[in-house]
Design a binder for this molecule. Structure first.
Ligand code: DGJ
Length: 725
């Protein structure tokens, strides 16, 4: 049983393959977090229960007395605001008297097989009930009537625990939630490094690692979306942890809106970590009898380093988060019109692209931005989702028929959450745009954001999209999102609910994506946000792949894809070969191969040599499709740590094949380079596709392979296969 309750010690123990997690019910119903780390057989950790009491005028619970327990330093399982726990709090609810003191104490529990879904929010799932077990811990604030349920689901085979929280108003007066995080974890140390993914447009998810220091360190988004700048992912690693060794705790929030992930190192050099919806500009009016659910946090612990943490996330997301037809079915190999033509295309040009691409073995043409309303640049028509027949002569059906006649599938671009001021929709419904009464809203890429918190606004766009999609043979949709949200307010919310806007917007987007993917189950959805500005696990619940970045330069992509791989599987990482010419087409292909793989260039402009290279890449794509999507990733040389190269290895689950990719950023002449492989079977014999040598897995991992002189010029690359013989 992954979850057990021990009456004698009043402890709950959550066991997974890689971790144990122990919660204690203390005197007066305080819920304490005694342990999270490597698996242990014990059900109680006496050393963790009490902490120094004289922190700084630390206060005591009057019933327990001043006997050593103080909320100021206790390892609280879900630290609340205002009742003598002075650290960053996970929960603050303003009550009928107007104060924000929140003090929830244990009232009971339930343990059951399987995993509940979270109403209105995407989350991971159990494929069958035996795969997961769930603990619900109940707590109540007796003074205010606030009831809290802490949910924990253990996926024991993966080493994953998921958490979320439900608040219920059990009183007869309104309560106002001011902050409600999805998890709180209390470490008995601050000797940890914090790893996060930071960047900007075109340089998403670069890895940052730094030691925790006293005080609060936070990553967050206040942009209305998870954003390019910070990803809702954090890991804490022991000082000595590297790719293969050491304690690592990974946290990923299944949410696409404003988030916060904050660690506070306190005066005892312990650390509290909380992750959830960002409390800035957030609030929720909880009427009597109403519930509020937080998004889910996926937690991974391993003592086998950052690499193993990533592999656990990858397996879990491939099997328990991504869903629908294309979770398992092979996805078509696509060419996208954006970098090939930008806004400059018509039906004939697209058919020419399809004809040329087909000859190279590509399977689907995606028509990107510019096919609707009167859009010829980014200044108009978002919200007017009917085909521009001046551009696509004969309409969409005729274009699709012509593309299909070339033997190609067809995909289309949308940006459903946006509206151009120059659009029929805006002229008819200016109130559909997100704005604050009396202020001129900010503008970005000449567009406003549609108020997706409103059902009527979503219905309008759904109807328009339905008319196009239901009447045409569409195999793929790219869902884009090209600005952040400012002037956050909704014309339909009363003043006391305006603080709900950001979260309601995200819920609206999820409701829409749910509708789209259940109404059109055959369609492959790829999400995007000016490249990778909304690359988060919640999107993966609707779209099995996400465009990773508008930066398609193979060398810059190394950092983006290495960072992304910290928690997201290659099956999800939208990666294309473009015409970005800093490297040759082989290197562009070898880097894009570590992702969904596709093309984003004008196929008519390729030289004969390049066309042959593309044919070879298409062959390799098919040959390695399963290996790349379902294999185990080993990051051997990181572009963040090595100025000369990046190297990664993907090993099939049965360890019969490994694919090693070496990309040289800067060639170092005469360098002697021996590299030890990882993840092979020591007893199997493998043939090196470059040298023909046959060696044992043990040799390849312990003595290594000689890569001296391989990929020996700036921007060159090499893929070497190791197949069992
Ligand atoms: C931003 C995306 O990242 C691009 O791939 C492209 O779809 C453009 N938007 C179109 O406007």
């Amino acid at each position: 049983m992954p979850i057990s309750y021990f009456e004698k010690t009043k402890t709950f123990k959550l066991d997974s393959k890689t971790s144990s997690y122990i919660i204690k019910i203390y005197d007066e119903g305080y819920i304490l977090n005694l342990y999270y780390g490597a698996t242990i057989p014990d059900s109680y950790v006496p050393a963790r229960e009490k902490r120094p009491t004289n922190a700084s005028f630390s206060l005591a619970n009057p019933v327990i007395g001043e006997n050593g327990f103080t909320p100021d330093t206790a390892p609280m399982e879900y630290g609340c605001n205002g009742a003598a726990d002075f650290r960053i709090s996970a929960l603050e609810v303003r009550n009928r008297n107007g104060d924000g003191v929140t003090d929830v104490r244990y009232t009971g529990y339930k343990i059951y097989s399987g995993k509940p879904q979270i109403p209105g929010l995407p989350s991971s799932y159990a494929n069958d009930v035996s795969e997961a077990e769930t603990l619900e811990l109940y707590a109540e604030d007796k003074v205010t009537g606030l009831e809290i349920t802490l949910f924990y689901t253990v996926f024991s085979e993966y080493g994953v625990i998921t958490r979320h929280v439900r608040a219920h108003n059990g009183s007869d007066k309104n309560l106002e939630i001011e902050r409600i995080y999805s998890c709180c974890v209390d470490y008995p140390t601050s000797e940890l490094d914090m790893i996060s993914l930071c960047g900007r447009y075109s340089r998403e998810r670069n890895v940052e690692r730094h030691p925790l220091v006293p005080g609060i360190q936070e990553i967050s988004s206040k942009r209305g979306a998870s954003g390019h700048v910070r990803n809702p992912f954090v890991a804490f690693a022991s000082k000595n942890a590297d790719e293969e060794h050491g304690d690592v705790y990974g946290f990923n929030l299944v949410y696409s809106g404003n988030f916060s992930a904050a660690a506070e190192c306190d005066l005892n050099r312990t650390t509290r970590f909380i992750m959830g919806i960002d409390p800035t500009d957030f609030g929720w009016l909880l009427e009597p009898g109403a519930d509020f659910c937080t998004p889910e946090v996926v937690m991974v612990y391993t003592d086998n380093g950052v690499g193993e943490m990533s592999r656990i996330f990858h397996r879990f997301y491939n099997n328990n988060l991504i869903r629908g037809r294309y979770k398992t079915e092979k996805r078509p190999l696509l060419i996208n019109s954006w970098e090939a033509a930008f806004f400059d295309f018509d039906d004939d040009k697209l058919v020419d692209f399809a004809k040329e691409a087909k000859k190279l073995g590509i399977e689907m043409l995606v028509m990107d931005d510019g096919w609707f309303g009167k859009r010829i640049n980014d200044r108009s028509s978002l919200g007017d989702w009917s085909v521009n027949e001046d551009r696509l002569h004969g309409g969409l059906s005729s274009l699709i028929e012509r593309i299909n006649a070339e033997g190609m599938k067809f995909g289309i671009w949308y940006e459903p959450e946006m509206i151009s001021p120059d659009s029929e929709l805006y002229r008819a419904h200016p109130d559909y745009a997100v704005r604050v009464k009396g202020r001129e809203p900010m503008i970005g890429r000449h567009q406003y954001v549609l108020d997706f918190s409103r059902g009527d606004v979503r219905e309008n766009i759904k109807k328009q999209m339905y008319d196009v999609i239901a009447n045409n043979k569409i195999d793929y949709i790219k869902w884009d999102f090209n600005r952040n949200i400012s002037d956050a307010a909704s014309a339909q919310l009363p003043p006391e609910r305006q603080k709900e806007f950001f979260h309601r917007f995200v819920l609206g987007t999820y409701e829409f994506m749910d509708w789209l993917t259940t109404t059109f189950q055959g369609i492959l959805l790829e999400t995007c946000s000016g490249g990778g500005g909304r690359f988060d696990p919640a999107m993966l619940a609707y779209s099995p792949q996400i465009w990773a970045s508008d930066n398609t330069d193979a060398i810059e992509r190394l950092a983006i894809q290495f960072g992304t791989s910290l928690c997201y599987p290659a099956s999800a990482v939208g990666a294309h070969v473009s015409a970005a010419k800093r490297t040759g087409i082989q290197t562009r292909g070898n880097v894009a191969m570590w992702g969904t793989f596709g093309y984003e260039l004008d196929p008519r402009k390729l030289t004969e040599d390049e066309k042959n290279a593309v044919r070879e890449q298409v062959r390799e794509y098919h040959e390695n499709y399963d290996l790349i999507r379902n294999g185990d990733l080993y990051r051997l040389v990181s572009p963040f740590e090595n100025r000369y190269r990046a190297i990664w290895e993907i090993v099939s689950a049965d360890k019969t094949r490994a694919m090693l990719t070496i990309v040289t950023k800067l060639f170092e002449n005469g360098e002697y380079l021996i590299l030890k492989l990882r993840g092979l079977d020591e007893r199997k014999m493998y043939k090196n596709s470059l040298t023909g040598d046959v060696c044992s897995g043990a040799l390849l991992m312990k003595a290594g392979v000689n890569l001296s002189g391989v990929a020996n010029w700036d921007g060159s690359s090499k893929v070497i296969y190791f197949d069992e013989v």
